[in-house]
Ligand binder design. Sequence first.
Ligand SMILES: NC(=O)c1ccc[n+]([C@@H]2O[C@H](COP(=O)([O-])OP(=O)(O)OC[C@H]3O[C@@H](n4cnc5c(N)ncnc54)[C@H](O)[C@@H]3O)[C@@H](O)[C@H]2O)c1
Length: 303
Amino acid sequence: MFPYGCRCSQRGGIDIQVWRSGAARYSECMTTTPPLRVLLTGASGEVGTALRHGLHGTFDLILTDLNPPADLQAHETYRQADLQDPEQVRAAMAGAQAVIHLGGIANEHRYDRIRAVNIDGTQHVLQAAHEHGVTRVAFASSIHTVGYYPRSEQVSPDMPVRPDTFYGVSKVAGEALGRMYWERHGLEFVSVRICSFLQRPEYERNLSTWLSPRDAVQLFRQAITAPRVGYLTVAGISGNTRAWMTRDGWDTLGYVPEDDAETYLQAVQGRTQGAQGSRTESNQGGVFTEPDYVGLAATEPRS
Ligand SMILES: NC(=O)c1ccc[n+]([C@@H]2O[C@H](COP(=O)([O-])OP(=O)(O)OC[C@H]3O[C@@H](n4cnc5c(N)ncnc54)[C@H](O)[C@@H]3O)[C@@H](O)[C@H]2O)c1
């Protein structure tokens, strides 16, 4: 495994990487170095927990979140940080060589909360990564960047965004920030548009949107280790027969999913979330595309 395209075959060799920005960087040959040190934000969340377990041994993980993982192990490094605080994020970044950025509000919320945690928080992560000489960030984006596409359309990463919520807008902003840090500073960025991360499909919609835990582990591992990706956006789904998103970019990453939601066809057939013909059942973003959907804002009213 030669992250960042190291072509050196000699122990202790140095690989010169010439970046699109024109800057040159040097990275130690991966044959002689210990596992990559990867900062995992949102480490206590659902996806974070799966990656934390699945990537243990592949990377030397630094875990960060607002709250520590419930089952933190003695061998694990945890650094508490609020994404809204650039100083805390900077401190958490110390020693990291790459970042998997999952932390944030994973649902619709009030715009001020979404902006502070998801948009400002992602800028804090990217700025700290740049300042610490990190060379690659993998970002948990979302299907809600393109939620208003009808289910009849195949969506590729180069199609115009159609965010369905402030949450979706925050993921579009995260992708744009990633693009800027790549163009301006040569910080490589892989955006994984996760659709539905679940142990198994729960509704008919998930036949198209499911991302299984083991495929998520493989996808984020490849997003960090695939050589010379530059800036890339990919669908975050398993190898679903009924996928609405195209597979563009998976070959660049070397991602070969092991699961297909079709295995669960009988279990979920007929399990819908809205009336036939409703926005919920017509659009890729599902219930998020209903004009009255407010997500977490319903449980945390403005104070
Ligand atoms: N689960 C899915 O199906 C899905 C789909 C699309 C995108 N995503 C994205 O993947 C990422 C992980 O999703 P998840 O399902 O694990 O969500 P989650 O809510 O379980 O985890 C998010 C984590 O972020 C942390 N967090 C929230 N605010 C924070 C702050 N201010 N500072 C530091 N940490 C903070 C939370 O404590 C939590 O542990 C999110 O960015 C989400 O938007 C998930």
